[in-house]
Design a protein around this ligand. Sequence first.
Ligand SMILES: [Zn+2]
Length: 80
Amino acid sequence: MIAFLIIAVVMYFFVVVPYARFRARFEPAPQPAPEMKDCPFCLSNIPAQATRCAFCTSDLTASKTPDLTNSNAPSVARVS
Ligand SMILES: [Zn+2]
């Protein structure tokens, strides 16, 4: 009876553990969700690195540099 238990334990470590490693190797790695953003023109959800919207085909490269327009805006710091 003890020999049966020993064999059972040995069989467990020789079958289940390699099977778990086999599963871990071939399971698809959890891919990180791609960063998404909303198109400023059609508000569709598009990849953050897209330079052109896939829905409305608007060029999104100009919208990445909003600092140029803010420089001409009246400064908020002029409180006095
Ligand atoms: Zn769009």
